[in-house]
Write a protein of this length. Structure first.
Length: 302
């Protein structure tokens, strides 16, 4: 299935094989594609991955997918963007399950992004779930098991500081770190490109046969997708460095020069991606801000 063919019926549990079912949430948008993918694992003790937005219809769809003798016992959250985590609390109260995640919104943020946030740089992307706080905070590498499933948590910051991927055998639930339909947004101060690239390379070393992401179809050639994603980011870095050869420039100026093939409404997100690259290059001592690091700083080559 190509990504353009991915258009499942909202609210219907679809069997993906390997003991995994998927329910598409009713929240399509330019940032979420067809909507958020919620995954169900298990025959009796059911684990839910990414319950999604707080929509009554989606809550009913998840509960309606449970058969006789099935009960939701664990609610796993890859990260606390508003399209992934808000329904977790309601679902847990309805079922008696525990919510598991890396930590509250803001957890895992890198030092330089803490500095940017202290300067007043606000999140500008998919929206943060400010009240998210898991009942159980998962450490990197921690394993949680039910009767017929077992998930290992992998801390993979970059898209968001509290982002986790979950692996079961050769299947990895990648949240928004790796998606087949688009490259992930990295928006400071909650997104950090240095962390993002490290997380992608870590996932590359793990190996897998299939990626199930937060949006879009399964990726059945996951290593190829990771190679494309890493190469795509390296290409953006090269374009930014080339743009700075003409002299100091800020993120907005570079974005206008580099992103010439996207709709105007997507330019603010693209500018955040460029800012993330500039901060990454600053941390690698490739560029420096003129007059101090800030959202609107002009950067020059070193």
């Amino acid at each position: 299935m190509s990504e353009t063919d991915f258009n499942p019926v909202t609210g219907v549990a679809e069997d993906l094989g390997g003991g995994v079912r998927r329910i598409l949430a009713p929240n399509p948008s330019p940032m979420t594609y067809r909507g958020t993918n919620t995954y169900l694992l298990g025959d009796r003790q059911v684990a839910v991955i990414d319950p999604g937005p707080d929509r009554e219809a989606h809550l009913k769809a998840i509960l309606g997918a449970l058969g006789p003798g099935q009960q939701v016992t664990h609610v796993f959250v890859t990260h606390s963007h508003v399209d992934h985590s808000p329904l977790a609390g309601r679902l847990a109260r309805e079922t008696g399950a525990k919510v598991l995640g890396f930590g509250p919104s803001g957890a895992g943020r890198s030092a330089v992004m803490q500095e940017m946030a202290a300067q007043g740089l606000e999140e500008a992307g998919e929206g943060i779930d400010p009240g998210f706080a898991p009942d159980v905070e998962l450490a990197d590498g921690e394993r949680v098991a039910g009767e017929d499933w077992a998930l290992t948590a992998h801390w993979t910051p970059g898209h968001l500081g509290n982002h986790l991927c979950f692996s079961q055998g050769q299947t990895v639930f990648t949240g928004d770190l790796v998606m087949g339909w688009a490259s992930s947004l990295v928006s400071p101060p909650d997104g950090d490109l240095t962390d993002f690239m490290a997380s992608c390379r870590r996932l590359r070393e793990m190996g897998a046969e299939v990626f199930h992401s937060g949006h879009g179809a399964p990726m059945t050639a996951p290593m190829d997708r990771l190679d494309w994603l890493i190469g795509h980011r390296e290409g953006r870095e090269a374009s930014i460095l080339e743009g700075l050869q003409a002299g100091p420039a800020d993120a907005a100026t570079l974005t206008a020069a580099i992103y010439t093939d996207i709709p105007p409404q997507m330019l603010p997100a693209a500018e955040r991606n460029v800012l993330a690259h500039l901060i990454d290059l600053y941390k690698k001592n490739r560029v420096e801000p003129v007059g101090g690091l800030s959202q609107h700083a002009r950067f020059r080559l070193l």
